[in-house]
Design a protein around this ligand. Sequence first.
Ligand code: TYM
Length: 334
Amino acid sequence: TPRVFSGIQPSGNLHLGNYLGALKRFADSQGQGTPTLYCMVDMHAITVWQNPADLRHATRELCAGFIAAGLDPAKSILFNQSQVAEHAQLAWIFNCVARMGWMGRMTQWKDKAGKNAENASLGLLAYPALMAADILVYHATHVPVGEDQKQHLELARDIAAKFNHDYGVDFFPITEPVIEGAATRVMSLRDGSKKMSKSDASDMSRINMTDNADLIAKKIRKAKTDPEPLPSDLDGLAERPEARNLVNIYAGLADMSAAEVMAEMGGKSFSEFKPALAELAVTKLAPISEEMSRLMQDPAEIDRILGKGADAARQIAAPILQKTFDIVGMVGAK
Ligand code: TYM
């Protein structure tokens, strides 16, 4: 049976890349008959240092972001990872299934740990095994994510396949990554070769989901471009990463394909295209930002939603974990 799961780290600065690559697509796929679970992965966040007060704030703000982006707690299960202990329990088993070599090859590990791997947390190396557990503890079949998570999802498939093989079972599904739409890899507004990211030192490189209308418009006005007008078709964007990124952002926000945007905007100068993009972005994003700050006025209500979500998630995860223990040979009361 199909089931959708995805997660976002509550590590601050929820941005346009998270929205177009993930959140917006979660909202679009909700209520279509397939059960959907969306998780604030606080245990993933602490693989690098998080100030406790900031983590608390970011978790609630992320939940507000989910709801403001259109996720309905009555239709999707919204919860934070640490409250469903089954994630950590299955992750331990997967730590024993996954191989060190697999983990060491992850590009995100190499980027984040860099040359100072000796000093990185053990959790940062094991991160993809926890991610596999997030998905597989629900037997989720479909995982909507941005392009940057593709390698981690391939590892989740490898872990599922190795577990099934080692124990001679056909228990964990081989999950499908769902990487769709025009904006699966939103780039920095300052450098078209870098991914838009919450950790970029320049705030002008990204549009935060908490930015107000003026700031959104300003960041688009100031976005780096080349001096040429937009080409007449998609092929003309091949060597122009900044222009291509703005076209992809337009397409993602307008629910169009990049080709459709080019049919409308091809040949226009940036002095025409940027104001059109700014207006579109403000129309789509400013209401979300306003709704997020409204929801943040009542943190107790957010905590209540997360608590209910955790209860619902546990209902699904607990029997799957028990069955896993049984397969592994861990004795327990029946
Ligand atoms: P995270 O928190 O870095 O990002 C959350 C989601 O946003 C997408 N994303 C982007 N999409 C397009 N352009 C960008 N510039 C951009 N930046 C981020 C990510 O691809 C992701 O979909 N490991 C995950 C969280 C996670 C998870 C999971 C996801 C933990 N367990 C299980 C799916 C299933 C992460 O760090 O995402």
